[in-house]
Design a protein around this ligand. Structure first.
Ligand SMILES: Cc1ncc(COP(=O)(O)O)c(C=O)c1O
Length: 397
């Protein structure tokens, strides 16, 4: 009987795709809130909103239970009517598109540019119609999309450009931070795998005070405390519902974690940047791998939320999903960002989406893998990921 020898470097400690970086400062902050007796939205949320607005350079910040909640509010505030369209990439997390549908709109999918995995302005321009009510761009992996080009298209169509900034806390563009510029609102995620976390959470930033007032109201049941002073006279405990709203307010326990994380964000991004450079160097000679571009334009900072490679199928011994499971067998978890939204069953059935609709999105969607990336990842961890990847790509089991 023939026995085959295969080289398989299996890690002793499994390596997660992501791990939040927390220490006793977050623990202490939570403890203080627990002992204060005030757990829901209060002084910690107010402080986080102020500090985050200042960090990105916006005049208004609205803290929420998730980025998805923020997307829902921003779209609800558009008051979409049946048949109204929102142009959106398909290469995103489902919430970016689901919230359009939940707000009564029709998603119109635009294609991406393969190299940077962001919205292709030409594809967006070709989809603008008299029914277009907004354009949503995703700052994929923490790299800014083409803000001037998409702003120009949105400006011409007289619709807001909404920034899905789930990956983009700390991303810079045009010398400023995403979330602080003019134009439509930006929506950030503080989910545990993101560049900064509050456990779960999100934030909308905008420079539009009227929009901010409406979003605050929609965040909490549609209640406007001032309205009571206009319609009643019974004092501070009273409240008035001026439109039906949601219950998306962030609790203070979580805001306290977010405040500590925000103070560490620039350090986290510097560590991520260094790790991205290490991956870039280590993968330079791997023919089956297309690396994400490191270089950014002057005045930009890539926040490196994800290090997402693309694979060359013609140089692979197996398909992408099999590669991910072979890495898992070696103790290395990877991520899939993203499965194209337009090919999910609901979008196929409801809107007739099909393979071939978005060639770049579909090609990239089959080739992408996100490698482990988080600030406490060590150089040895990066080495073990690259060694395992090379083994799998050589066909060693
Ligand atoms: C591009 C994008 N948008 C939105 C979200 C939703 O964020 P959250 O989980 O905070 O609702 C995610 C989450 O991963 C995302 O990747």
């Amino acid at each position: 009987m023939k026995t085959e020898t295969v080289t398989q470097a299996v890690r002793k400690e499994p390596l997660p795709f992501c791990r939040p970086t927390l220490d006793e400062r977050e623990e202490q902050a939570v403890l203080e809130v627990l002992r204060s007796g005030w757990l829901t939205s209060g002084p910690q949320v107010k402080a986080l909103e102020q500090e985050f607005a200042e960090y990105v350079g916006a005049s208004e910040a609205i803290a929420l239970t998730s980025c998805t909640a923020g997307q829902h509010l921003v779209l609800a505030a558009l008051d979409l009517q049946p048949g109204d369209e929102v142009i959106v990439p398909s290469m995103t997390w489902p919430s970016t598109v689901n919230t359009i549908v939940l707000s009564g709109g029709r998603p119109v999918f635009a294609d991406i540019r393969a190299e940077t995995v962001d919205l292709d302005p030409e594809s967006v321009a070709a989809r603008v119609s008299p029914r277009t009510r907004a354009i949503i761009g995703v700052h994929f992996a923490g790299r800014a999309f083409d803000v001037p080009a998409l702003e120009a298209i949105a400006g011409q169509a007289q619709v807001p450009l909404i920034h899905d900034a789930a990956h983009a806390a700390g991303t810079e563009w045009g010398g400023g931070r995403i979330g602080g510029g003019p134009g439509g609102p930006s929506v950030f995620s503080f989910h545990p795998i993101k560049n900064m976390t509050s456990g779960e959470g999100g934030m909308i930033t905008t420079n539009d005070a009227d929009l901010a007032a409406r979003l605050r109201r929609l965040r909490f049941h549609g209640i406007e405390r001032d309205a009571w002073s206009r319609y009643g006279s019974k004092g501070a405990a009273q409240y008035a519902v001026v439109e039906p709203g949601f219950k998306y307010n962030l609790p203070d326990v979580l805001a306290a974690i977010g405040r500590v994380q925000l103070s560490k964000l620039d350090g986290f991004i510097a560590a991520r940047q260094r790790l991205a450079e290490l991956y870039d160097e280590a993968l330079a000679d791997v023919e089956a791998v297309v690396r994400p571009p490191l270089a950014v334009a002057a005045g930009e900072r890539h926040a490196w939320h994800l290090y997402t490679i693309q694979l060359r199928p013609e140089r692979m011994p197996c398909d992408r999903d099999e590669l991910m499971s072979r890495l898992q067998a070696r103790g290395i978890s990877t991520g899939l960002h993203f499965n194209a939204v337009h090919l999910h069953p609901y979008y196929r059935e409801r809107y007739g989406c099909r393979e071939g609709d978005l060639p770049n999105t579909e090609a990239v969607g089959e080739r992408i893998v996100s490698l482990p990336l988080f600030p406490s990842l060590s150089e040895a961890d990066v080495e073990s990921v690259v060694t395992a990847l090379k083994e799998v790509l050589r066909g060693d089991g």
